[in-house]
Write a protein that binds this ligand. Structure first.
Ligand code: KG4
Ligand code: ZN
Length: 333
């Protein structure tokens, strides 16, 4: 008999529900984005996010079951993002999942948001361990070594801004709308990397990242140019900034993959949608022993199919959350 997992995700600014079959097949995947509501504030406003989640969650769930042509009776377990994220936003998903699971006598599974981003790749291809995941999103930049399902060893992480955060902050400096990552990516395609922005390699052998110096360098360069009455093309700033981010991400991932002899390298999170990063990773790993995987663009940013995918593995490993499951904004992986 098939296994159906319902996934619910409300950690940031997408209200999302999905049903997946046998851990790897998407049956329905519904995302209600709030980007338009947050745009005029230049970023996500937590209070607005929570309110929208409350308004949207029932509709999103109804649409998910309609699309899947299934009911709660068909569901084997309810998986929900318990953290990290915005506490008020997370609470909407967690309480909805608890209510549904309790009322229908179904097991409840708590999922770490980053595990979801990583398991996006398993909706495309089965994992082969040991595996290295580069997680690059609005809130995270991490290199994670996995030796088996559900085991996550963080071998490198950002010491300041996340990669996506750096994209969004530089975009704001360039007066581009939120979220700035996709816009910078687009501009970079038409620009030249004419400015040699710093690359934060940190100590010899470190897999950690740092993007705040780069962000400041971009801001200072723009400021100094303005004072001299000069102007750079937005495309060139975008291309130069992206070249710096991508070079460090690719090099550190490559070194970690070599040193740990991994069979697969997967890239996950919102910034995995970046065209420059995809191209540079493909070039670097061409002909290498580690197979490279990216999720399709639609599964890079937040959605609930990835939460259900991680939830399915946890469910089969026997993990169950209690009725005291709570939103945990600072949850460790
Ligand atoms: O994974 P995600 O949807 O949310 C978090 O869990 O944070 O990632 C959102 C982040 C934002 O910072 C956004 O600007 C960035 O991913 N992003 C991109 C691209 N698409 C989304 N950054 C660079 N290039 C892109 N194409
Ligand atoms: Zn995310």
């Amino acid at each position: 008999m098939s296994e159906y997992i319902l996934g619910i995700e409300t950690s940031c600014d997408e209200t999302a529900a999905a049903i997946i079959k046998d851990g790897r097949e998407i049956v329905a995947n519904v995302v209600a984005s709030q980007i338009e509501s947050h745009k005029r504030f230049g970023g996500v406003v937590p209070e607005i996010a929570s309110r929208h989640h409350v308004e949207q969650i029932t509709h999103v769930l109804e649409e998910t079951f309609e699309k899947a042509e299934l009911t709660m009776d068909d569901i084997d377990a309810v998986a929900v993002t318990e953290g990290p994220g915005l506490v008020g936003a997370l609470l909407v998903g967690v309480n909805t999942a608890k209510a549904l699971a309790f009322a229908h006598h179904k097991p409840l599974i708590g999922v770490h948001h980053i595990a979801g981003h990583i398991y996006a790749n398993r909706l495309v291809q089965e994992f082969d361990f040991p595996l290295l995941a580069l997680v690059v999103s609005g809130g995270h930049t991490e290199l994670i070594l996995m030796k088996e399902h559900g085991s996550f060893q963080i071998i490198g992480e950002t010491r300041d801004d996340a990669a996506g955060e750096a994209y969004d902050k530089v975009a704001r400096t360039l007066k581009l709308p939120y979220p700035g990552g996709p816009k910078i990516d687009q501009l970079a395609q038409d620009g030249q990397s004419v400015i040699d922005f710093p690359r934060a390699w940190l100590e010899e052998g470190s897999y950690d990242f740092s993007f705040s110096g780069l962000k400041s360098a971009v801001i200072n360069t723009l400021h100094n140019a303005e004072q001299r009455g000069e102007q750079y093309l937005q495309e060139d700033i975008a291309a130069s900034f992206q070249a710096s981010v991508v070079e460090v991400l690719v090099e550190k991932t490559y070194r970690a993959a070599k040193n740990h002899g991994v069979k697969q390298v997967i890239v996950a999170g919102g910034v995995a949608a970046n065209k420059g990063l995809r191209k540079a990773m493909e070039e670097k790993f061409a002909g290498e022993a580690s197979a490279l995987m990216f999720p399709p663009i639609s599964l890079c940013t937040d959605n609930a199919a990835i939460i259900a995918a991680a939830g399915s593995v946890a469910y089969n490993q026997g993990h169950r959350a209690g009725w005291d499951l709570n939103a945990n904004p600072g949850l460790d992986l």
